[in-house]
Write a protein that binds this ligand. Sequence first.
Ligand code: ZN
Length: 302
Amino acid sequence: MADDETVLYELLDEGTIARITLNRPETRNAQNRIMLVALDAAFLRAEEDDQVRVVILAGAGPTFSSGHDFMWDWRPENNDHPTYRGNGGTRLKMESLMLQEWHYYFQNTLRWRNLRKITVAQVQGGVYSAALMLMWACDLVVAAEGTRFADMVGNRFGVCGVEYFAHPWELGPRKTKELMLTGDSIDADEAYELGMVNKVFPAHELEARTLELARRIAKVPTMAALLVKEAVNQTVDIQGFHNSLHACFTLHELNHAYWRGVTEADDPCGTPEFGLPAWDAFPPILPAVRDLAEAPPPSKRA
Ligand code: ZN
């Protein structure tokens, strides 16, 4: 697949709305390096275009995104992507990993969060682990009914969350601990109640209703819209959001360094010898039910 096909870019409504679509539905929009670089270019294209007022971030197919595509990134034949030849890619071991994750997982997400446009994440199906970062970087989130949200990097990889650790700000401290320690999921209605999601739409109306919302926002004078965004973002930054993201990125890298130190294969994530499931035997993602005695109905299993 050509680089520019992993992410689609469309202009709608006389160019006032840009829609960026993750376009690897065959992998549930797993984010590989090619896609992340194309996504950054798409966001910067919308940023540069003074006609664009609102940016919608969507995912093609049944699932918004299943997270990072380790299977692609860690395959040796893919390491010839030019982005591995700089930004720390040629340094040794943990220095390389830390710098690469800084540029391609952390700072890019922060850059998208600080875009001078209003951004709307339009999500459906599953929003798992690193997909949460993309979604949370947006100003508003609208979800299709039945969408499930989970971060499984703790119970599957033995890592303390993703590189852009906004979880406590989005889910609250206690829910974050539960979801990170269990890998369980919440659905769109629960996310709505937590304030993590702005709107929940029927799945078949998701695209049209998101566009409707984007059109309303596009009518707000650009200066006022930006200052609303900044008033909120600067408030949470003053409360510690920006610094906590940096602190948690450092903890994330410490966690990678730990596994590199203790695993035989110098692996940045935990392995079955430490009690984690094998990559081909991951347990199902269960709903975070109120009472453990409640058996999750099959329809709620992701
Ligand atoms: Zn990482």
